[in-house]
Design a protein. Structure first.
Length: 364
């Protein structure tokens, strides 16, 4: 901080939470601190204070961020994708405190893994983005493929965790460049011909190395939030929201119905999927007189059990579905390592990682 000697005194409780390698040329650290400065000013001051070094600072965490890598070597990547209008780190953070279970707890509970976080922008208000689920899913695919190719880990087994919209991005990324069409029946091949005309070997590797999915409240058949459509009315992102919200008859959009059918046809019997669903109601968002959003609307079951568990990949008796006593946001927020919900989720991830290790052994 030599470039700004007064700056250090304006920061409190600065703690380095993680340091993980990135693409073999640099490392990525996550830190927490307390300050009265606005976020934009803080980032500018940090950049100025360390201008003699090749440091870069960020608080949005868009794209791929490595959170942790086992010092003894990683045999499996665990990738987490948050939901709609969510902060990449805040989505998974403990309700009280700064513990991030993906980074701070899994690192002690599951050996030989690398934990990656993927962030993206789907803010609701004042959005100028026309990105669709297809666009967002393909960017996830491109980012993960590029990241793993850059450090030569593209053949490493991968487990994908998706919360809410994040799970739909995972499904779209899988469909966009899946390699399974070559070994599928003609109807599946037609699906891929329509959805992925420019598949590359690197893209296909991502589908080939995916060994399991863990979905938290993923709206396979849509989510229930009537107010969302009115909040974004007239904005470029209104088509994205309309694709996610069920209609007046609680039916999914045509897009989600097609995605569900395509995913089931292409991946049935090929992927292990764990589906977690909420049992508590969630307050819905409402526009306030000052133009801000607040969760002050009627409480609803945001994603029903049927919507969260309709993957179409297994027969009903074989489904791995887990109810959690949480609302939609709380599905991925745990109080502590002793939290019963965290213990359940951790054991499922551990099982998926174990299965990935067996898959890797079979491929050798």
């Amino acid at each position: 901080m030599a470039g700004d000697p007064d700056f250090k005194g304006q920061l409190d409780d600065l703690v380095v939470r993680s340091i993980a390698p990135r693409d073999g040329t640099c490392v990525c650290a996550t830190v927490t601190l307390r300050t009265l400065m606005p976020e934009e000013q803080l980032l500018a001051r940090l950049q100025h204070a360390s201008k003699a070094f090749l440091y870069r600072y960020d608080s949005a965490f868009h794209g791929v961020t490595p959170l942790y890598e086992d010092a003894g070597g990683a045999h499996c990547d665990v990738v987490a994708v948050p939901g709609l209008a969510s902060h990449a780190i805040g989505s998974w953070k403990a309700p009280a405190g700064n513990d991030l279970w993906l980074r701070d707890w899994l690192s002690n509970d599951i050996p030989n893994i690398r934990v990656l976080l993927y962030g993206y922008d789907t803010k609701l208000l004042k959005s100028n983005s026309r990105s669709s689920v297809e666009d967002l899913g393909r960017r996830l695919l491109e980012s993960l493929t590029a990241f793993r190719t850059s450090d030569k880990t593209e053949r490493r087994p991968i487990i994908l965790l998706g919360h809410s919209l994040g799970g739909l991005l995972i499904k779209e990324a899988s469909l966009s460049r899946s390699s399974f069409a070559a070994n599928s029946d003609p109807s599946q091949a037609l699906v891929h011909a329509a959805r992925s005309p420019a598949s590359t070997p690197a893209h296909r590797l991502l589908s080939q190395t995916c060994c399991g999915l863990l979905f938290f409240g993923v709206p396979q058949l849509g989510l229930r939030s009537e107010k969302l459509a009115s909040v974004v009315a007239g904005q470029p992102n209104q088509a994205l929201i309309r694709a996610l919200v069920v209609d007046d008859e609680s039916e999914p959009s045509d897009f989600l119905a097609r995605m569900s059918d395509d995913f089931a046809r292409c991946f049935q019997g090929r992927l292990r999927v764990v589906s977690i669903y909420e049992r508590r109601l969630s307050a819905t968002v409402e526009m306030q007189p000052d133009g801000t959003l607040r969760k002050s609307g009627p409480a609803v079951l945001m994603v029903t059990k049927k919507s969260a568990t309709s993957t179409g990949l297994t027969a009903v008796p074989d489904e791995d579905i887990i109810p959690l006593d949480a609302d939609h946001s709380g599905l991925v927020k745990f109080e502590s390592r002793r939290d019963d919900a965290y213990v359940v989720v951790k054991e499922r991830i551990k099982s998926l990682v174990s299965g990935a290790a067996s898959w890797a052994d079979d491929c050798r």
